[in-house]
Design a protein around this ligand. Structure first.
Ligand code: PLP
Length: 395
């Protein structure tokens, strides 16, 4: 019977690693990875995480099931930390298995609503949104967000696209360090976007994946807080995979702000969706996060380590801009220094992107997404020369 199973498209980020492994060359560079790496190409366990794990080994008294919405203390700590003064009785919260499940639970909930709203997405955006929305059966449409060749956010086109949205529709956007573009809206653009959403009755849905990688953990929470301060109803999804470096431990959360009268029903709806899908969220990663957030010394250590990751990524970006100016006197990649987070898009056509891999051994995610955190000092010149050559090569 399984011969009838059809071909499934696989996320380009996942197959990037396979293509890289199949490349027989020794001098090849894998910029497809979706995780933070230090200058040695390692993704070490943070010291604060190790210390919290040690404490858990010594103190954890039970591994029994928790509620379907997870540990209320974890949700409350995270809520206070991320939503600041806007956190409180207006929120329904659930611990989830990383950010992907928070997104999926919300997508299921929206798809199952009578008169289901349309979810509006930025293009390009995180590559897993569409598979998640499709798997849930949610309705979605796209608006332009970024022009790769111009290296600029297409803000006006995004707003124009949203003019087709109906009141009660949902706009799914990202917090800082937009994946895959690295291009975040200016504070003025963000304010203007919220004004449009508010005026048109569109519900904001923000997905926070890189808190601490743009300016600081505290500053990077501002977008979610601005939304929460302004909207009676909004959705916040969080993954802690990157901020704590606990990718495989699956810590995330879903927060929905809504009127008190909706709370018991929303709580039951989220519980039922969780039960029928991922079921109980894993506990280890979230418990590590809770230990760290509860203890000022551990929290300080974690924030220091997060700052180091942020500083490294910012430094690599600055180094690329400087090295390009020195090597070629050009500023084609200077925009990278203005963007933030691990990812950016190279301003390449499809043909140039193929040439980058074929002739220079540099592997990127389809659409020319690169992970700048993968670049060591000796790789920067390689990337700049390769981009310069593919861009200037006769077509
Ligand atoms: C924007 C965005 N949202 C959500 C996620 C999902 O994170 P997780 O691995 O915790 O499911 C990612 C992961 O890369 C992401 O970049």
């Amino acid at each position: 019977m399984f011969e009838k199973v059809e071909e499934y498209p696989v996320d380009p980020i996942m197959i990037g690693a396979d293509y890289f492994a199949q490349d027989p060359r020794l001098d090849k560079l894998n910029l497809t990875v979706g995780i933070y790496q230090d200058a040695d190409g390692k993704t070490p366990v943070l010291r604060a995480v190790k210390e919290a794990e040690q404490r858990l080994v010594e103190t954890q008294a039970s591994k029994s099931y928790l509620a379907l919405t997870g540990d209320a203390d974890y949700c409350a700590l995270l809520g206070q930390e991320i939503l600041g003064e806007t956190w409180g009785r207006d929120w329904v919260a659930a611990q989830t298995s990383g950010g992907a499940v928070a997104l999926r639970v919300m997508a299921d909930l929206l798809a199952q609503m009578p008169d289901a709203p349309t979810v509006w997405l930025q293009t390009p955006t995180y590559g897993n949104y569409i598979p998640i929305l499709q798997a849930a059966g949610a309705r979605f449409r796209q608006v332009p967000y970024y022009d790769t060749i111009r290296r600029a956010i297409t803000f006006d086109q995004m707003l124009d696209g949203l003019s087709a949205a109906k009141s009660g529709d949902v706009f799914l956007m990202q917090g800082v360090c937009h994946n895959p573009t690295g291009a975040d809206m200016t504070p003025e653009q963000f304010e203007a976007l919220l004004t449009v959403l508010e005026a048109r009755g569109i519900v904001p849905w923000i997905d926070l994946a890189y808190l601490g990688f743009a300016q600081s953990f505290e500053a990077d929470c501002a977008m979610a807080q601005q939304i929460a301060a302004r909207f009676a109803e909004c959705i916040v999804c969080i993954t802690l995979s990157k901020s704590f470096g606990i990718y495989r431990d699956r810590a995330g959360a879903l927060f929905v702000k809504t009127g008190q009268a909706d709370h018991p029903r929303m709580h039951r709806a989220i519980s039922a969706i969780v039960r029928a899908g991922a079921s109980h969220a894993p506990d280890h990663g979230p418990s590590v996060v809770r230990e760290i957030l509860q203890d000022q010394k551990l929290k300080d250590l974690w924030l220091q380590e997060l700052d180091q990751m942020r500083a490294r990524v910012a430094q690599v970006r600055a180094d690329i801009a400087q090295a390009e100016a020195e090597a070629f006197g050009t500023r084609d990649l200077a925009y990278l220094a203005q963007q933030s987070g691990m990812f950016s898009l190279l301003p390449l056509t499809e043909r140039q992107e193929t040439a980058l891999t074929r002739y220079h051994g540099i592997h990127v995610v389809k659409g020319a997404r690169v992970n700048v955190a993968r670049l060591g000092p000796e790789d920067i010149g390689w990337l700049i020369r390769a981009v310069h050559e593919v861009v200037t090569a006769p077509s």
